[in-house]
Ligand binder design. Structure first.
Ligand code: 2HG
Ligand code: ZN
Length: 450
């Protein structure tokens, strides 16, 4: 490994490796024999080829901001073969933007913020955005098929991929790198690698499509007594002729928590539910928004600001960190989704859940509600009750025809529950793909399949 990436990029000292072997929440901890930091695709290919020859397992890590343990290696188990952590931290190159085709190529370790800044420098926008933008990477958002706050407008990460470069488990480089938006020659391998969580190949580069940002946006936060009214405002905005750029639900409990950690309250009147909407529209969207707020059902208070309205977004985006700082035990974080029509009943059931448990815990619900996505965060859950509480949430999810993973993936956290979302035949097809592309099971062992 030292001869491939250089001495300085093979870490074996426990202190130097520590940050790579745990996630930032401190929930997942693993073991690796070394952390390897390649700079180029050729180096990744040599590293993976060497690992294949020696049957050494590989855990791939980008920004390590995933929330299901997918980028942290498994704990050491007796009899295990060797395992390296392959970090893409040094693979940060971003190509010049193709302004005519509206595409940009990036190495796997380039951050979302850096790719977006490159797009912005020519008046375009990277269509995936999320609170962890300064750390999350191209390879990471593709591996997890990240959703984020712009999904309602531009689709998930899979929808932004035109080409991909990845190193297969045997060390061969697979490069499908074409700006063609219509190109149906056989299987959609870039689409398959999106959401594969490092289990099928090591993504080294991605060719993304870019979009034109809305010329003027308005951000509003509306306080509601009823969750169904909050959700209905999204449809009312569309009916008013506005384009919905983002739609996020928050609750009083979430706002209280972020306020305790220094974020200002968006409106003066407290209410159980808040909807943050970012909208655009031809002409003057602000006029339409004023009408919307006057006519919207059940609005008890509201505020609006011209985009980007970072202070309003800060209220929403500081949830994850405030939760991490406040919980007394590792937070139980369950990223789930529901059909839109089921959302009001599902949110009510999720909020009632702590009252049915024989231990105390604090629920904080928020998320990309326009996509049916709710981030269920349960704070202070005694560690021994993690599985029980997860089961209870997933029972509610299954009861409403939802998904146990909306956008974070399966990682190590949800492997025991994939049967709730996929049939045995479907799971067997996934297993067959895994076995075909990684027959020795060297890539991200323990992720998705357990
Ligand atoms: C977000 O939407 C992320 O901010 C994190 O997906 C969600 O912390 C969470 O549960
Ligand atoms: Zn999210």
């Amino acid at each position: 490994m030292r001869s491939i990436v250089g001495d300085a990029n093979v870490l074996t000292d426990p202190d130097a490796m520590a940050g790579y072997l745990t996630d930032w929440m401190g929930r997942y901890h693993g073991h690796a024999d070394a952390v390897i930091r390649p700079r180029t695709t050729a180096e990744v290919a040599d590293v993976v080829g060497e690992c294949a020859a020696q049957r050494i397992r590989i855990c791939v890590q980008g920004g390590n901001t995933g929330l299901v343990g997918g980028s942290v290696p498994p704990p050491e188990a007796p009899g295990d073969d060797g395992l390296i952590l392959l970090s893409t931290a040094r693979m940060t190159d971003i190509d010049d933007v193709d302004e005519v085709g509206a595409t940009v190529g990036a190495q796997a370790g380039a951050t979302i913020a850096a790719i977006d800044a490159r797009a912005e420098s020519v008046g375009l926008m990277f269509p995936v955005d999320l609170a962890s933008r300064e750390s999350a990477t191209a390879g990471g958002v593709v591996s997890t098929n990240a959703g984020g706050v712009r999904m309602i407008r531009h689709g998930n990460t899979r929808a932004q991929i035109l080409g991909i470069e990845a190193v297969r488990a045997d060390g061969q480089v697979l490069r499908r790198w074409s700006p063609l938006v219509k190109d149906n020659v056989g299987y959609d391998i870039p689409g398959l690698l999106a959401g594969s969580e490092g289990t099928l190949a090591v993504i080294t580069g991605v060719l993304f499509r870019l979009v034109t940002a809305a010329s003027a946006t308005v951000v509003l936060v509306a306080a509601h007594d009823r969750v169904d009214d909050a959700i209905a405002l999204i449809g009312q905005a569309r009916e008013a002729g506005l384009t919905v750029e983002a739609a996020e639900l928050m609750t009083q409990a979430g706002l209280d928590l972020v306020h305790e950690h220094g974020t200002r309250r968006p409106v003066a009147t407290p209410a159980p539910y808040y909807l943050l909407l970012e909208v655009s529209g031809a002409g003057d969207p602000e006029e339409l928004v004023v009408d919307l707020l006057e006519n919207g059902t059940g609005i008890v208070d509201a505020v609006l600001e011209p985009g980007p309205a970072r202070a309003l977004w800060e209220v929403r985006e500081s949830h994850t960190e405030s939760i991490a700082r406040s919980t007394t035990t590792p937070v139980v974080k369950l990223d789930v989704s529901f059909p839109i029509r089921e959302l009001p009943a599902a949110v009510t059931e999720l909020e009632a859940l702590p009252g049915e448990l024989d231990f105390a815990c604090r629920p904080i619900l928020f998320g990309h509600v326009g996509d049916g996505n709710v981030h269920v965060n349960l704070l202070d859950v005694p560690v021994e009750h993690t599985t029980e509480v997860t089961d209870r949430v997933f029972t509610i999810v299954a009861g409403h025809g939802g998904s146990i993973s909306a956008e974070h993936g399966i990682g190590r956290a949800k492997t025991a529950w994939t049967h709730l979302g996929r049939s045995p035949v479907d799971l067997a097809a996934m297993r067959a793909i895994k076995d075909a592309l990684d027959p020795d099971g060297l890539l991200n062992p323990g992720v998705i399949f357990g």
